[in-house]
Design a protein around this ligand. Sequence first.
Ligand code: SF4
Length: 211
Amino acid sequence: MKSKAAIGRIIETLKGIYPDSLCSLQYDKDYELLFAVRLAAQCTDERVNQVTPALYARFPTLESFAEADPKEVGEYIHSCGFYNGKARDIVACARELLEKHGGKVPGTMEELTALPGVGRKTANLILGDVYGQPAYVCDTHCIRITGRLGITDGSKDPVKVERQLRESIPPEESNNFCHRMVLFGRDTCTARSPQCAGCPLKADCDMGKTL
Ligand code: SF4
């Protein structure tokens, strides 16, 4: 288990590199973030940001999504991959938000994960970014980097990683820490060729220290 002091140094170093730790998905309305995260599965945030302006222009309200033909929604999100399933989930989710939640994105893990196409990763992101609650968003970058650093035991299971992060990362730091993991995973600790030689976290990284 990584020491508290080392975790504190990692958190502070990342804050220094990425003072703004905003989610890279673009959205105006809470439900748009929910749908954007669904679209981002097996896809890049960059690609999602390219398709959502036209999608949200064609379907400008939750009601318009609820009444939409999933086939038409699919035409707008084709390039995100798995578009049939994503379109079905988005339309079904819009209907449930209207029917069960008064048109609002709910604010508990239980309610969020009961929505079509919403898993713990998405629910954590909504809790953190929309509701300002502690949130441990275990996406591919977060899972990979926290394993390399030795904050987790290297498990690839998002549920196990989330549990281990809850034991290590202070709740008030959790949401921004996870956003910074994504940024750091894109430009330094990449999946295929991590830039360990010049990495500012090397001294506290289990993998970096062995190199
Ligand atoms: Fe990633 Fe290497 Fe930095 Fe460790 S030292 S965080 S493996 S880039």
